[in-house]
Structure formats: structure tokens, C-alpha cells
Ligand binder design. Structure first.
Ligand code: LLP
Length: 451
């Protein structure tokens, strides 16, 4: 449990607000974020790199909600974007383009134009073909594009294969052995200006070793480049710092930054990092309600109203998220009157329509049993957690923890399910930061085919 989500009088709260109240007011499924967690995480980065020229470029893909971007921009963050859409979000959030780096293997001409028009800080170029295209596009606009090459250092990040990006069999970056030649090419192209070097080896790294192995390879290249007359302004070391979902023990932000700074002490270029998950992952939960309990011969199922379309990580990576009861009570009777409600948004949760106060789960209700926590989507892969011990009954609320990163951002409308609402909390202040989608919005752009 983090400092931002904890039990007060047996009610799981986000900061000072019971999640029960948020569910009652905004419905479920609902993503709930702690504003303080976000700010604290960012400040930890700032203080870890203090005393060194640096820029913390939040990886927008982790959670692109405008409220999150706006808050981080206000704190002084830059942004790592991977599409024109993400760049437009950053601009819409009121952030300046001058702190934006643009990563990604497939930048289109339109995206390059958008970024050149906005005058971003740097393009992280991932192939020779992209370098050539960027030079042409910049030339056609009468602009000079600032570039870094994303170098693939061929380092094993020791993470899930789908989110490992720094091995030579991965599609990312330019091969380490070709980087030098490409830098010389970039330096000669008339509409490019070489400003940096970039590297990102993967996500959810729980050890420092692979980060340092990558930095050392980058540094070796930087030194050769300097000797050959290509001086860089910044070193972008990517993102990837992991978080604790279960029993992982990732390095702290301070230890991670300290190790990078130690490895870099002989250099004085500006350091850029691109953290995503570590800033927002444990700042958010997915709040969901038990619709049905179903007891099988082999397995019991807690069927909840959130599904793989809301949180894809379990289905896609077999990812493990802690699942907590929102109200910790041994029996239905004791759930009444045990909460501290200084910030209640509305009346007691036991009166939710459709979930009468008794007779919801038969004699097994609220017994501690092992459940598959599954959603309503028509796929066996639609699960949020396997084999979880829970004492629940129909209508109970559950919180899927550590869901702030790559939760909402990877959600879809599969099964014509509108995407969840998003709520942010600071202390006792609660604000809706994204309305629940409506079904009408889902098919608003569709047309009947008429012959
Ligand atoms: N920079 C680049 C170029 C990236 O590709 C990524 C993430 C980041 C920074 C941020 O990495 P972070 O600090 O968040 O680890 N959907 C997956 C994670 C995909 C990460 C993709 N790239 C998941 O849910 O685990």
C-alpha cells in the first residue's frame, strides 16, 4: 500500500477521500488518481537531478490525461511524445513545445510537419530512412530539425519481452555498430542539426545494472563523436524505471538517478530522462464493482464491471495487479457506520440500486474464497487477476492497484464498452478529469452503407 491509498476506518481511501464515495458519485469502472502522488514523484526526479543540467520528459503514453500533462507542465516537466496526437495533447494542456522530444519508429510526414511547426526540442530519430525523410520535410518548410539518434545498445533490460526495446532483434533505434556513420550523415544533411543522443532499453526495469550497461555504451559513442568533431548538447537516457506491483524491489528514483549521475560524472551535457510508469503507476487505481459471484466446480469467479478493455495489462502481459477490497469488513452487517466521512460525496454505498443489502451471494457470500477476478468481455483472456483470495459479495467495490500507468492509455472500446471515467483527488478535493464515455460517442462517426 502506498502513502496515497490506504485504509482509514476500514475504508480504502485515496488521500483523504473514501473510494466508496467516488464510486457512488462517479460510478464504476473508474480510474482514480492521487494528485499528491504525481507531484511527489515528479519532485523526487527534480531533486535527484538537481545540480546538473537536466530535463524530465514525462512519457505521455503512460497516461495522457490533460490534467496530468497540465500539472506536470506546471511543475516544469518536458514531455516525450510518440505521435502527433500526443504532441497535440501536450500543446492542448498548455505546455510549451520547446521541452518536447519526439520518439517512435514510424513518424509520418504530417507528424514531422506538426512537430517542426511547433518547434519541439528534438526528434529522436530511429532509422536512416527517417533521417532522410526528416531532412526533406524540414527543407520543404525552410526549417532546421534538431535531432538525436536513438541508439540501440543491445542490452538486455531483463523485463517482459513485449516491453524490452534495447536488444538488436527489437525494431527500435539504430544499430549500435551503424550509429557513428549515421551521425556523420546527419551532420552533413543541410536541414538537420545534431543536438543529442538517445537510448531507451525497455520498461518496468527493476535493476540498475541494465541502465548502467546502456549508459556506458552510449558514453563510449559520445566520446568517439566528440573526438570526431560532433559535439552533443544533451544525452537522453530514456525511461523504464519500474514500480512495485507485488514483491518487486525496483531502485528508488534517487538511487536510479544517483547511479546514472555517477556513470556520467565526466560529462557535462544536459541529461534528459523520459519516465512514464514510475510517475503515474502507483498514483492510480481502477475502481470496479462486483456484479456477480459464480461458483464453479474448479474455480469461483468474481465478475466485475471493469474488463480487459479498461485494463489490458493482465491480458496482454500476464501482468499482476494487487486487488483490494474497498471496504474491509468481516460481514455485511458491520459495513454500516464504520467509516470516516468528513469528505463524503453522497449517501451510504449499501444503498446502490440493484444490490440489495442481503441475499446477494448465497451462503458463501463474504466467505474468504479464491476467485478469478474477471470482466464481462467475451474472451477467456478477460481477467484482472487469477486466484485471488477475497471475502466479497455482489455489489462490493474492489480496487485494482497500481493502474495509473498504461491503464487508461491502453483502454479500448472492445465489446462497445465506453471507456471509464477518470477522477483526480488532492487531499479532500475531488475532480472529474475525464467524463465517462457514452455509447453514442462510440458510433457517432459511423455511417450506414447505402447502395
Ligand atoms: N521513452 C520511450 C521511448 C518509450 O518507448 C517508453 C515506453 C518510455 C520512455 C517510458 O517508459 P516507462 O518509464 O513508462 O517504463 N504498455 C506497457 C509499457 C510499454 C512501454 C513503452 N515505452 C505496460 O503496460 O507495461
Amino acid at each position: 500500500m502506498s502513502d496515497y491509498f490506504n485504509y482509514q476506518n476500514n475504508q480504502l481511501c485515496v488521500e483523504q477521500v473514501p473510494l466508496t464515495d467516488i464510486a457512488q458519485h462517479f460510478g464504476t469502472p473508474c480510474y482514480v488518481y492521487s494528485h499528491t502522488a504525481l507531484v511527489d514523484g515528479y519532485r523526487q526526479f527534480e531533486s535527484a537531478f538537481a545540480g546538473r543540467k537536466h530535463l524530465i520528459c514525462y512519457a505521455v503514453k503512460a497516461n495522457p490525461n490533460i490534467a496530468i500533462l497540465h500539472q506536470l507542465a506546471w511543475l516544469g516537466a518536458g514531455f516525450d511524445v510518440v505521435s502527433g496526437g500526443e504532441l497535440q495533447r501536450v500543446l492542448a494542456a498548455g505546455a510549451g513545445a520547446s521541452k518536447v522530444v519526439f520518439s517512435g519508429v514510424g513518424k509520418t510526414v504530417a507528424e514531422m510537419r506538426l512537430a517542426l511547426d511547433a518547434e519541439i526540442l528534438c526528434f529522436n530519430v530511429e532509422s536512416e530512412a527517417e533521417l532522410v525523410r526528416l531532412n526533406e520535410v524540414a527543407g520543404s518548410m525552410g526549417k532546421i530539425a534538431p535531432v538525436s539518434l536513438r541508439v540501440n545498445p543491445d542490452v538486455d533490460a531483463k523485463t517482459h519481452p513485449y516491453i524490452s526495446t534495447g536488444l538488436k532483434q527489437n525494431k527500435f533505434g539504430v544499430a549500435y555498430t551503424e550509429a557513428l556513420a549515421l551521425y556523420h550523415k546527419a551532420a552533413e544533411l543541410p536541414h538537420l542539426r545534431v543536438t543529442g543522443i538517445d537510448c531507451h532499453i525497455g520498461s518496468q526495469l527493476t535493476e540498475i545494472g541494465p541502465f548502467i550497461a546502456a549508459v556506458e555504451k552510449v558514453l563510449a559513442l559520445v566520446e568517439v563523436l566528440a573526438a570526431e568533431g560532433i559535439a552533443l548538447e544533451h544525452l537522453d537516457l530514456g525511461g523504464g524505471l519500474g514500480i512495485r506491483y507485488d514483491n518487486e524491489t525496483p531502485p528508488s528514483i534517487a538511487d536510479y538517478a544517483g547511479a546514472l549521475l555517477t556513470a556520467l560524472q565526466l560529462r557535462n551535457e544536459k541529461i534528459i530522462v523520459e519516465p512514464g510508469r514510475v510517475l503515474v503507476g502507483n498514483a492510480g487505481v481502477l475502481l470496479t464493482r462486483v456484479e456477480y459471484l459464480k461458483y464453479g466446480e474448479e474455480k469461483n469467479f468474481a465478475i466485475v464491471d471493469a474488463a480487459m478493455n479498461d485494463l489490458m495489462r493482465p491480458a496482454l502481459y500476464d501482468a499482476w495487479h494487487r486487488i483490494q477490497p474497498v471496504v474491509r469488513v468481516p460481514s455485511p452487517q458491520s459495513s454500516d457506520g464504520t467509516t470516516s466521512h468528513s469528505t463524503r460525496l453522497s449517501k451510504d454505498d449499501s444503498q446502490v440500486a440493484g444490490y440489495p443489502a442481503s441475499g446477494r451471494g448465497g451462503e458463501r457470500e463474504r466467505q474468504s474464497l479464491i476467485y478469478e477476478v474477471v470482466g464481462p468481455v467475451c474472451e477467456t483472456g478477460d481477467f484482472l487477476g487469477h486466484a485471488r483470495e477475497l471475502a466479497v459479495t455482489q455489489g462490493d467495490l474492489l480496487a485494482v492497484m497500481s493502474a495509473g500507468a498504461y491503464g487508461m492509455s491502453m483502454s479500448s472500446n472492445y465489446n462497445s464498452r465506453p471507456r471509464a471515467a477518470e477522477v483526480m483527488v488532492s487531499g479532500t478535493v475531488v475532480q472529474l478529469i475525464r467524463e465517462r464515455e457514452t455509447v453514442h460517442q462510440l458510433f457517432a462517426g459511423e455511417k450506414t452503407f447505402l447502395l
